[in-house]
Structures are given as structure tokens and as C-alpha cells.
Design a protein around this ligand. Structure first.
Ligand SMILES: [Zn+2]
Length: 280
């Protein structure tokens, strides 16, 4: 616990009013689109169908029953155990990310219901240092699974992460083992874990907790892999298929169970959760 500082922060709010420009330009089709239309459309371009990034808050809102979400994200922040400096000190990078996102770290955890089924839900936020998993995310995910066990709920995790947080070195790699261990407790308690892989699910997150769902659903357009395409190509000196590391590539090889469009994701989760609900 000495890795963390106990701090009180403002809880996540999707601050819609602060953004006062009404229009945005779609980076895919170049069309000017009405921002509210885009938001109401799950952050999908109404003109060409391009997906824009969802923040953790928007992701949660798109999946859970209205008004059911209760934020359980623990008020902890990492303590920069290595005093790490790259192009800027890690502590500055953290503070900037916190100010930009109003989040403590790259994951939001909470109680919710999906189609009436009680769950503990975690959603990663790629804006926060690439959704990377450091000691705080590892701790939040473990607490989430422990809460799921204590309250007899399913665990749903939406990943959007570049992998381990390199600024925490070995401490970030340890989170892979830590989350996997608690995931096992969840399995021993007989509770389901539904893992949703969004763009991107890679590195240490893909190589640990995200791949360990009982049911693995990728959002259409997800990138799923461990190392980057170029690194692999250089290592094995072979051409890689065009759709390497796409959701369809992962599906063909049995790495995931389903691919769902963003607009269908909530229904897919409801369907999957339904299999685990006790018949009355
Ligand atoms: Zn578009």
C-alpha cells in the first residue's frame, strides 16, 4: 500500500456542457457533423460510421442501465516509485493526465446493472497515458473483482490500453500477475467475467487480464495483439497478413469469441450475462 497516496479527487463526471463547439470534423470522411448527433450515436460518425474514442465515462454510459452506475474507483494515485523521467517527469505526466481527464488513473470501476443483471464494471480510458496499466490500475481491477466476489456479481471489463505503464517499470509488470491471481479467485467463486476488447487491447493488458474472460468480445475495429506489427515483422523477418491483429484475425484463430459493433455491444453483454442468470 505504500505505493499509493491516498488522495481525494473529484469523481468522474462527463462534463458535456464545458464543450461549447457544436460541430466537429470527422477525421475519416471529412464531413462536418453535429457533435450532439455524434454523442447520441455512441460516438460513431453519422455520415460514414467511423468510431471515435469513447472516454471511460462515455463507455460506461453506453453500456449500463440508465442511472445504475455507482462509482467505486478507489481514491488512490501512484507514487512514482522509480522517480522516472523520460521526455518529462512521470509525476508531471500523471498530473497532466489527471487534469485532462478528471480521472485518478486510467480505469474507472463501479457497480452497475446491464439489462437488470448486477455487475461490477471496469472501463479503461485511453486518454490517460494510453490506458496503460500501472500499480493503480492493477489495484483497482483487483478491488473490482474482490467486490464482485463479495457481492456475488459478474465482472465486466472494457479494455482500451497500450499495455503496461513503462514509467513504473517492474511495478507495472507485476500487475499482470496480480490481476491474474485475483481473476482466479473470481473463477473459484464461480462468477463470470466478460472481457470486452476495444481499440486497442495490447501489450501487458492483452497478455494478462483482458484475455482471461470467460467470454471474450471484441468491439469492431479493435486492435488485439501484444507487440507492435513492425517489431514482430522485424523479429521474425516475415511478411504479416494485412488484417494481422485485427478483431477478425483474432476471431479466426479462436483468440476471441465474438465481434460486436459498438451499437450492439450492450445487447451482446446482456445476452451473455443472461446465460449466467439463475432461472426462476
Ligand atoms: Zn465520418
Amino acid at each position: 500500500m505504500s505505493l499509493f497516496k491516498e488522495r481525494q479527487y473529484v469523481r468522474i463526471r462527463v462534463d458535456r456542457e464545458a464543450d461549447d463547439s457544436l460541430w466537429m470534423k470527422c477525421k475519416a470522411c471529412g464531413e462536418l457533423v453535429f457533435k450532439r448527433r455524434v454523442r447520441e450515436n455512441n460516438n460513431i460518425c453519422p455520415n460514414c460510421g467511423e468510431y471515435f474514442f469513447l472516454t471511460a465515462g462515455e463507455r460506461i454510459e453506453s453500456l449500463v442501465d440508465p442511472g445504475s452506475f455507482e462509482d467505486l474507483t478507489a481514491p488512490i494515485v501512484t507514487d512514482d516509485p522509480l522517480g522516472f523521467v523520460d521526455s518529462q517527469p512521470y509525476s508531471d505526466r500523471l498530473r497532466e493526465a489527471q487534469e485532462k481527464t478528471s480521472l485518478l488513473d486510467a480505469v474507472v470501476i463501479g457497480r452497475a446493472a446491464i439489462d437488470g443483471v448486477p455487475v461490477i464494471l471496469g472501463a479503461m480510458d485511453f486518454r490517460f497515458i494510453g490506458g496503460s496499466m500501472g500499480s493503480v490500475m492493477g489495484e483497482q481491477l483487483c478491488r473490482a473483482m474482490e467486490t464482485a466476489i463479495a457481492e456475488h456479481r459478474a465482472f465486466v471489463l472494457v479494455s482500451s490500453s497500450g499495455g503496461a505503464r513503462i514509467q513504473e517499470g517492474m511495478f507495472s509488470l507485476l500487475q499482470m500477475a496480480k490481476t491474474v491471481t485475483v481473476r482466479r479467485h473470481l473463477a473459484e467463486a464461480g462468477l463470470p467475467f466478460l472481457s470486452v476488447m476495444a481499440y486497442p487491447t495490447s501489450g501487458g493488458v492483452q497478455a494478462s487480464i483482458a484475455s482471461l474472460g470467460d467470454i471474450l468480445i471484441a468491439e469492431k475495429g479493435a486492435l488485439i495483439g501484444f507487440a507492435g506489427r513492425r517489431v514482430i515483422q522485424q523479429t521474425i523477418s516475415e511478411e504479416l497478413p494485412q488484417h494481422f491483429q485485427t478483431e477478425s484475425f483474432a476471431l479466426e484463430r479462436g483468440q476471441i469469441d465474438r465481434v460486436a459493433r459498438r451499437e450492439d455491444l450492450r445487447d451482446e453483454l446482456a445476452l451473455a450475462l443472461g446465460y449466467f442468470v439463475e432461472a426462476r
